[in-house]
Design a protein around this ligand. Structure first.
Ligand code: ARG
Length: 541
């Protein structure tokens, strides 16, 4: 009864149109028309792209400079599924951080130093391609491989890497039994470490040719980098780090004669990290120590994020531990984002040798599916569309679960048009674009007819749009793309029902306009979310 009295005292107005007492509760009924009107307000305007991003939720987020290191393949070695995962995950993290107002530095840290160059250098010496490679590597290979036929740049790049790998594999095999070859490799690498100009210039060519090839893949994936750094840049600094460790009393000598840092809590050397070989050369982690310190000094980052597979978790754990021990307190604003393995990445012709094969197959399969589907629209750039949709399928498959989980690569499942796939996202986006195109921008009686929208499905779809900021917030907290992916998939399901229940065709013009406004809002949230994931939305498919 007190409830009833209270509710009787409360006045209804244009916002709250009805107040009633229930059993232990007071019900407020909000004017739906007004609610929908308010909720639709942000859409159909220029600021569409900002929707969700200016939310109060983000007021407490620290903004600053974020350095994201991702992809980081090894030169003259295979670019494998792990590098592909690192590439797309890092790109997502960088996009997300950037949309939330951070200054983002995108860095690729190439594995461009080490014994593989010894072998490669020795191999080139032996097989006598050195001169021609120096003059004009692409031209040379072009002539050799296909003097008469026309060949695209892409095939050329593949040939270059095939060629590299062949030399590398061949030399590796040789080196197994051949002591001379092993010695030649060691010699070449020593020349490199001592900055001998001939070795350095050959190394430089290997690096350039390979980076060119990678850039071709990155372009297809819509990924770019601000900086191509690499292990080679930190050779000398790595020696300096060893000296610092020494002067700080952190460097111990092991029984084997290697330089180690004691990481055990008790200080009893029960857990150590090797930073110096017995021959005085540095290791992967030593170069990473130097690289981190150098990046902090150069780029003044507020946080740094490394993206690699989970097998390197311990490596980064040790890296941050040693940096802290050296007094670099910023090391606790460094993060490693680990991810699981991809199983069974195969193309029709068998095991994947090159990443490009996967991109090609995604495009080919998509082209085939599109030609089979009755709903496929006429377009001028079918190949390009198939490429973009194929890549979104790869990305969504990869981002659906927790990054740390392993998953099995499945062509058929990932390319389904109706399932929870990148194809479904693209299809919904294209369909929304078609609907929205029909909308005329000015319609004075628009708001008067909003009640036409206030039905079940549309309210759900609208409410869903309004959780976009929370989803971005969640992803920013744990750097997992699954929140955003699953939000977009759910949105697409709601839109599919809305398309069924709220036909635009055949409705009166005013009703159609109100519905279109909803679709236009959904379309821009979908497109913006997809872009953060690293997917380029297509307008037609
Ligand atoms: N090149 C390394 C690999 O392919 C990954 C580098 C990761 N980044 C780093 N700072 N260690 O395994």
């Amino acid at each position: 009864t007190t409830h009833a009295q209270h509710s009787a005292n409360l006045k209804q107005d244009s916002v709250v149109e009805d107040i009633s007492a229930g059993c232990g509760v007071i019900n407020f009924k909000v004017n739906r028309k007004l609610l929908v009107q308010k909720m639709l307000e942000p859409f159909g305007k220029e600021e569409d792209v900002k929707f969700g991003l200016t939310s109060e939720l983000f007021n407490t987020l620290k903004r600053g400079t974020t350095l994201v290191e991702y992809s980081s393949p090894n030169i003259a070695k295979k670019f494998h599924a792990g590098h592909l995962r690192s590439t797309i995950i890092g790109n997502f993290i960088a996009n997300l951080k950037q949309s939330l107002g951070n200054n983002v530095i995108r860095m690729n840290y190439l594995g461009d130093w080490g014994m593989q160059f010894g072998l490669l250098g020795a191999g080139f010496g032996q097989f006598g391609c050195q001169e021609k490679l120096k003059q004009n590597p692409l031209q040379h290979l072009f002539e050799v491989m296909c003097s008469s036929t026309l060949i695209c740049r892409f095939c050329l790049a593949v040939i270059v890497v095939v060629f590299f790998l062949q030399v590398y594999v061949q030399v590796n095999k040789e080196a197994e039994h051949n002591e001379d070859m092993k010695q030649a490799a060691r010699d070449f690498f020593r020349q490199l470490e001592q900055h001998e100009s001939e070795a350095v210039s050959l190394w430089q060519q290997f690096r350039e040719i390979t980076v060119d090839e990678y850039q071709h893949i990155y372009k297809r994936l819509g990924v770019h980098f601000d900086i191509y750094s690499g292990e080679s840049f930190h050779q000398d600094q790595a020696q300096e780090v060893v000296q610092q460790l020494q002067s700080q009393g952190l460097l111990k000598t092991s029984e084997k004669g290697t330089g180690v840092v004691d990481l055990s809590p008790a200080g009893d050397m029960s857990s150590v990290c090797t930073v110096l070989r017995s021959d005085g050369t540095t290791l992967y982690i030593t170069r990473d120590l130097a690289a981190a310190i150098d990046r902090k000094a150069k780029y003044h980052f507020d946080e740094m994020i490394y993206v690699t597979d989970k097998s390197q978790e311990n490596h980064f754990h040790q890296l941050f531990h040693i940096l802290l021990a050296m007094g670099h307190s910023w090391a606790d604003r460094c993060k490693h984002v680990p991810f699981g393995l991809v199983r069974g990445m195969k193309t029709r012709s068998g095991e994947v040798v090159f990443l490009e094969d996967v991109l090609d197959e995604a495009r080919a399969r998509m082209l085939h599916n599109m030609s089979q589907s009755k709903t496929t629209k006429e377009m001028d750039n079918t190949e390009d569309t198939a490429e973009k949709v194929g890549i979104s399928a790869l990305i969504v498959q990869d981002f659906k679960g927790p990054l740390l989980s392993d998953y099995t690569f499945d062509w058929d499942r990932m390319l389904q048009a109706q399932g929870d796939t990148g194809v479904f996202l693209q299809y919904t986006h294209a369909r929304l674009c078609r609907s929205v195109l029909r909308a005329s921008p000015s319609c004075s009686t628009f708001f008067g007819m909003l009640s036409q929208l206030a039905g079940g499905v549309s309210i759900f779809a609208l409410c869903d749009l309004y959780s976009y900021d929370e989803v971005l917030y969640q992803s920013a907290q744990d750097l997992q793309p699954k929140h955003l992916v699953n939000f977009l998939l759910k949105l697409c399901h709601l839109i599919a029902s809305a398309h069924r229940e709220l036909p635009v065709k055949g409705s009166s013009q005013v009703v159609a306009q109100a519905r279109l406004r909803l679709f236009s809002g959904a379309c821009s949230v979908l497109a913006n979310g997809m872009r953060i994931l690293g997917i380029t939305p297509v307008d037609k498919m």
